[in-house]
Design a protein around this ligand. Structure first.
Ligand SMILES: C[S@@+](CC[C@H](N)C(=O)[O-])C[C@H]1O[C@@H](n2cnc3c(N)ncnc32)[C@H](O)[C@@H]1O
Length: 276
């Protein structure tokens, strides 16, 4: 029963024109970005290893990765868990995941190309652990969270950026180019956490600060990657180059930039009882 704030409706209102700077058509957006996204995230495998370690997976556990993308987490999870089901609605992202599996000789990941909202609960078995990492592109949030809960035997985890301002000036720079599409609302992680509570799921929440270096061979390479990844218009290239050159510093292999963002890990256990 909603209280003064209806979190479910608030989510719909803040996303009614899509998710952040992505196209409203999320499938074609991620199909287009798949290869570049994969190249970028695979350069930072240590971050994924840290996230996977925080799940405390056991070798006999099965994992369902909702919006698995190119397998940034599914690949390292498959090395510690018994098996992983990687669900994603983008065929382009799953094609990269399969390529990553081949490269690492991994055989215990099953890929399902489907949107989370189109998956019926009885279409898939329960998994010990269900995770979603920056992948809840859904309008019916209550239903999406309830599905995560009912398909998790032991625990569920949501990794999510804490706001759209992911680091020092970049989001502001992007906003100059991208019209603000939705009404400003609370950060997504707050809506998810509160809606879970309204559903009777009292989750834990942990904030994590990430600091890492992004490396490029040259300013040209950095500019071309950023133009492509963030759909920056050609006439904004000089502004982008100026923005990047103020942040990039020379290092042994070319240029690099220190980046920072905060993320939240929202997690809950099923049937957790503490007895005295
Ligand atoms: C930012 S990427 C994150 C990928 C991966 N979870 C990671 O942490 O690297 C978002 C992914 O979630 C998928 N996604 C978003 N909403 C989805 C939905 N409703 N159903 C299935 N996949 C979804 C997208 O297709 C994309 O591959």
């Amino acid at each position: 029963m909603p209280g003064i704030v209806n979190w479910d409706e608030l989510w719909k209102a803040t996303h009614f024109r899509g998710f952040h700077h992505h196209d409203p058509d999320l499938i074609s957006y991620w199909d287009r970005k798949a290869e570049l996204f994969n190249r970028r995230v695979m350069r930072h495998r240590e971050r994924a290893e840290i996230q996977v370690a925080s799940l405390g997976l056991r070798s006999y556990e099965t994992v369902l990765d909702v919006g698995a993308g190119t397998g940034r987490l599914a690949i390292p999870m498959s090395k510690v868990a018994s098996s992983v089901t990687a669900l994603d609605q983008s065929g382009g992202m799953l094609a990269c995941l399969k390529e990553n599996m081949r490269a690492d000789g991994i055989e215990n990941i099953r890929c399902i190309q489907k949107s989370w909202q189109d998956l019926a609960v009885d279409e898939i078995e329960q998994h010990d652990v269900v995770i979603s990492s920056n992948s809840l592109g859904v309008y019916e949030l209550r239903e999406a969270l309830a599905k995560m809960d009912s398909l998790a035997k032991s625990r569920a985890y949501i990794f999510i950026f804490t706001d759209h301002k992911r680091d020092d000036g970049f989001s502001d720079f992007l906003r100059r180019d991208v019209a603000v599409k939705n009404a400003p609302g609370p950060a997504d992680y707050l809506v998810i956490y509160n809606l879970l509570a309204e559903m009777g799921i009292y989750a834990d929440i942990e904030m994590v600060d990430w600091l890492y270096k992004e490396r490029y061979s040259s300013l040209d390479e950095a500019a071309s990657e950023w133009m492509q990844m963030h759909d920056i218009a050609a006439d904004k290239e000089p502004d982008l180059r100026e923005f990047l050159s103020l942040r990039l510093v020379g290092d042994e292999s070319g240029v690099c930039m220190v980046r920072h963002y905060k993320s939240a890990t929202i997690s809950w256990r099923k049937g957790k009882l503490v007895r005295d």
